[in-house]
Design a protein around this ligand. Structure first.
Ligand SMILES: Cc1cc2nc3c(=O)[nH]c(=O)nc-3n(C[C@H](O)[C@H](O)[C@H](O)COP(=O)(O)O)c2cc1C
Length: 140
């Protein structure tokens, strides 16, 4: 069975709601899913998973959250080459620039991006929740 980690940071719960749908989609697709908050995950866990979904909202000025998520993700980047991943997150007033930069970074790291990145404005609506489920399923 495919082992999938869903790793996310969320300040006000929007990205957490997305993470729950990603996990549900991966489970529904038959995956063995474990969810982690950013502070609970580290690069040495990467080898234990066939695929990883990373979720982080747009923070700072179109940045990944800097205290917990960004340092953890920077370490994980060393293990992204050839790894099946998905990216998701919520944003507020911007246009999704943080996700475009983040995706480019992962392409440079030679990750295998299994599904189009999923972004949504503030709380995920029905369409975004379905897109998160599809993302989760694509990782199985
Ligand atoms: C400190 C801070 C910085 C933010 N910076 C941005 C930003 O640069 N661009 C943007 O679109 N939204 C920005 N936002 C809005 C959040 O991305 C948005 O509220 C998101 O839904 C939060 O997700 P969460 O509930 O998972 O924490 C910022 C929010 C905070 C609190």
């Amino acid at each position: 069975m495919s082992k999938i980690a869903v790793v996310y940071w969320s300040g006000t719960g929007n990205t957490e709601q997305m993470a729950q749908q990603v996990a549900a989609g991966a489970k529904g697709g038959g995956g063995d899913v474990t969810s982690f908050q950013a502070a609970e995950f580290s690069a040495d866990l990467m080898d234990q998973y066939d695929a990883v979904a990373f979720g982080c909202p747009s923070m700072g000025a179109e940045e990944l959250e800097e205290d917990e998520f960004a340092p953890m993700f920077e370490q994980c980047e060393k293990k992204l080459k050839g790894k099946k991943i998905g990216l998701f997150g919520s944003y507020g007033w911007g246009d999704g620039e943080w996700m475009r930069c983040w995706e480019d970074r992962c392409i440079d790291d030679e990750a295998v991006i299994a599904h189009e990145c999923v972004i949504c404005n503030e709380a995920p609506d029905d369409e975004a929740q379905q897109a998160c489920k599809d993302l989760g399923k694509s990782l199985v």
